[in-house]
Design a protein around this ligand. Structure first.
Ligand code: ATP
Ligand code: MG
Length: 299
């Protein structure tokens, strides 16, 4: 593991929110709901700056969503299905960026993925809920299902940003593979004003010394037409008019949903690649069992 030790120094990635104590532990907040799959969401970290009471504004608060969040990480993806690579990345980035909460948000209607290869939204959300169950500060959100139209990230981030308490920091946690395509996303420039990116290097990418960081720099240069400035303290690239783009190197677990789907299609075990509860759910519903790319059962 080459990731930075948790909680070292000032938490980067803020967009005005005061830095929260790095080594704190989250504690159940007043609205914590025992037994709910999202009970771990109702969290305010001890020592966090008090922000607006209650939850998100505008009725966008998903069930169990945290109140008083000063630093929120958004982990978006198809989660088709969720796996330990997602969870470990979120765990490490939550520590690195002193996040009060990480919100796992399955895409409802991803514009780029054919619906045919996607398990039903309800199954993907359920598996995320099972995967994060018992981990305070992690939560699952169905926000993208409740937003109209295709799941464009810009709409999601704008909705979240508008609903977060004033002064809260929003970090978009994204793998390098996804970030490479950001220039193709709808209203991509706006994304950089709505959230700080934290770009996580995935297996297959080259080590920082031999290329991942320069590649990230190159992507930013080609997007914005100017050289980004490297901030060594924040370990982030700075671009005029944008929130910082952080470079993160974690454990790089070599797990992907594509590989899981193919294992499931051929009847192979996925034990120790997904949480046990997710493995049981997959088996119980025979999800992805009908062959690669086959439609999953909704029942
Ligand atoms: P698929 O193979 O179907 O594309 P995936 O494993 O890439 O699935 P996604 O749901 O597409 O999973 O990914 C959601 C987010 O998590 C993306 O930003 C992706 O880069 C990141 N991610 C996925 N797997 C890992 C991993 N093993 N380590 C770190 N980040 C990951
Ligand atoms: Mg992917």
């Amino acid at each position: 593991m080459t990731g930075r030790p948790p909680g070292r120094g000032r938490p980067p990635g803020g967009d005005g929110a005061r830095a929260a104590p790095a080594a704190r532990r989250a504690a159940p907040g007043p609205s914590s709901r025992a037994g709910s799959p999202t009970a771990g969401c109702a969290v305010r970290a001890r020592g966090a700056r008090p922000v607006a009471a209650g939850c998100f504004r505008g009725g966008l608060c998903p069930p169990g969503f945290p109140g008083g969040v000063a630093r929120l990480g958004l982990m978006g993806g198809a989660f088709n299905p969720v796996h330990l690579g997602h969870l470990r990345a979120a765990e490490e980035m939550a520590a690195r960026y002193s996040l009060d909460s990480v919100c796992f948000m399955p895409t409802a209607l991803p514009p780029h993925k054919g619906a045919r290869e996607l398990a039903p939204f309800a199954d993907r959300l359920k598996m995320v809920e099972l995967a994060i169950s018992g981990r305070p500060g992690f939560c699952a959100s169905d926000l993208e299902r409740r937003l109209p139209g295709p799941s464009y990230t810009v709409n999601t981030l704008a909705a979240l940003k508008g609903a977060l308490p004033v002064g809260a920091a929003l970090l978009f946690l994204v793998g390098f593979d996804s970030f490479q395509k950001v220039g193709l996303w709808k209203s991509w420039r706006e994304l950089f004003t709505l959230a700080s990116f934290a770009v996580n290097i995935r297996p297959g990418a080259r080590r920082a010394s031999s290329g991942s960081r320069p590649r990230l720099e190159g992507i930013l240069k080609s997007l914005f037409g100017s050289d980004p400035v490297w901030d060594p303290d924040a370990e982030a690239f700075l671009v005029e008019g944008c929130l910082p783009v952080h470079f993160f190197e974690g454990s790089r677990l070599s797990i992907s949903s594509t590989d899981l789907r193919s294992r499931l299609a051929s009847g192979e075990s996925v034990r120790y690649l997904v949480p046990d509860a997710v493995m049981d759910y997959l088996a119980g519903k025979r999800l992805y069992a009908g062959g690669p790319g086959a439609p999953a059962s909704a029942g």
